[in-house]
Design a binder for this molecule. Structure first.
Ligand code: GTP
Length: 360
């Protein structure tokens, strides 16, 4: 079985983070998210992966190469202009030899891919879509199906009161190769808006697979932080979390007051009197000054937090410096290599840093 992981989006909602790092390479607990996705595919026995990319593809190619280090074969297909979620599949048609998985590159889930293959074999049809139930489906694509799991309609972002179902498209699909015949070539095509409705109109069997797995779309900063909180709390079974602070740098946290959970990667330095947690992730080489406070935040690699600075509910990209006594308030997102001057206050929801893609 092959898998296509869609990694060509610009990730506009995660800006300015995605001006320095394409969304699939954004770290989850210190490791690029795509590495975790590939690991999951490997675990399911899938070794042949196609990556349709387009936005900052070099960062992806540089990290994974031909995939041999992971025991996989990775084929990159770079789009000159974005082809959309179905156009990207059509564009890699020549590399696809049979049934294949399609994964949105920004979905964190505990879905068992082998179980999904078994369900597709049981139900037949041209494809199987993973669905999950959410409390409020108004921000998602709702999927309506009958008792035999056959899908009859897609309703994009319905008002909560009129939503026909709370089952939503969770961004993992298993298709027969035949679906590629239904996607027009050479232009931008959306799988949700064009291809799925066309498949249903043509009377092809498109089936649903609803599970209670952990699921989070990492497209927005608040979801990115929520995913970390869920991993730290053990709600997303990703790491074998031990009691106490976790990570290769946990031993370096001794001088701080800790409110668990706190996770630190290697080479982290923390001064006496700093206060960390709850729900804090420190990337490789972060340095936290005396009296500094970091809560509910994810700091990427090499972030320097000077004495007395406070960071709450924020994402801070690699190489940033937060000046002494500065305050970074809830919902702030700071792009790569940005300096926040001494004493400055970043109001809630601030976005600071690069305003265009930076080459690294
Ligand atoms: P936003 O700009 O914040 O909406 O993010 P995005 O560009 O990633 O879009 P979205 O979250 O809707 O994309 C879902 C998945 O499809 C992500 O994994 C994207 O990388 C991928 N994707 C979106 N558009 C394209 C495209 O035109 N080509 C390719 N190859 N992948 C795409």
């Amino acid at each position: 079985m092959q898998a296509i992981v869609l990694v060509g989006g610009e990730g506009t909602r995660l800006r300015p983070l995605t001006y320095g790092t394409p969304k699939p390479m954004v770290p989850i607990m210190g490791v690029p998210f795509l590495a975790r996705t590939l690991e999951r595919l490997h675990h399911a026995g899938i070794r042949d992966v196609i990556l349709p990319a387009g936005y900052m593809p070099q960062a992806i190619v540089d990290y994974f190469g031909d995939g041999s280090q992971l025991g996989m074969k990775i084929t990159y297909v770079i789009e000159e202009t974005p082809l959309g979620t179905a156009g990207a599949l059509k564009n890699v048609e020549e590399h696809i030899h049979g049934p294949f998985f399609v994964l949105n590159g920004d979905v964190l889930t505990s879905l068992d891919l082998r179980a999904m293959v078994a369900e597709h074999e049981r139900l037949g049809g041209i494809g199987l879509l993973h669905l999950i139930r959410v409390e409020d489906p108004s921000a998602f694509g709702c999927v309506v199906h009958d008792e035999q799991m056959r899908i009859s309609a897609f309703v994009e972002k319905p008002p909560r009161e009129t939503a026909p179902t709370n089952e939503i498209n969770a961004g993992t699909y298993l298709f027969e190769r035949e679906i590629l015949d239904m996607i027009p070539a050479g232009r931008n095509v959306s799988i949700e808006r064009e291809t799925f409705p066309a498949v249903i109109a043509a009377g092809k069997g498109l089936y649903s697979y609803t599970t209670d797995d952990y699921w989070m779309d990492l497209g927005k900063p608040e979801q990115y932080l929520a995913a970390h909180n869920d991993i730290l709390a053990g709600r997303m079974p990703m790491l074998a979390l031990e009691p106490g602070a976790t990570g290769d740098g946990a031993a370096g946290l001794g001088a701080a007051t800790l409110h668990l959970p706190v996770h630190a990667d290697a080479n982290v330095k923390v001064a006496a009197g700093a206060e960390l947690g709850p729900n804090v992730v420190l990337g490789d080489g972060c340095s936290i000054g005396a009296r500094a406070i970091v809560r509910n935040s994810v700091l990427w690699d090499g972030v320097v937090v000077e004495d007395g600075a406070i960071i709450e509910g924020a994402i801070v990209a690699s190489g940033c410096r937060i000046g002494s006594e500065a305050r970074v308030l809830e919902g702030s997102v700071i792009g790569h290599d940005t300096t926040i001057e001494r004493g400055r206050v970043l109001e809630r929801g601030s976005r600071v840093g690069a305003t265009a893609p930076i080459s690294r």
